[in-house]
Design a protein around this ligand. Structure first.
Ligand SMILES: [Zn+2]
Length: 65
């Protein structure tokens, strides 16, 4: 009988703070985004989905948990 949920740790999927190489805008995104992520300020593509893993096309400032 299950009484509580067990969270499975997923160390490779987390949030990252990224910096747009074009305008320097910093924003937070999921490192395994399944959709394209664009810069909120200038619209440049910062993250491209690639079959489960996302390709980050911006500077990673910080990893968040
Ligand atoms: Zn930008």
């Amino acid at each position: 009988m299950r009484r509580r949920k067990i969270l499975v740790p997923q160390p490779r999927s987390r949030f990252v703070k990224i910096k747009c190489p074009d305008c320097g805008n910093v924003q937070v995104t999921f490192s395994h985004a399944s959709t394209e992520v664009k810069c909120h300020a200038c619209g440049r593509t910062l993250v491209k989905p690639r079959g489960g893993k996302a390709e980050i096309l911006a500077e990673i400032v910080e990893y968040l948990r």
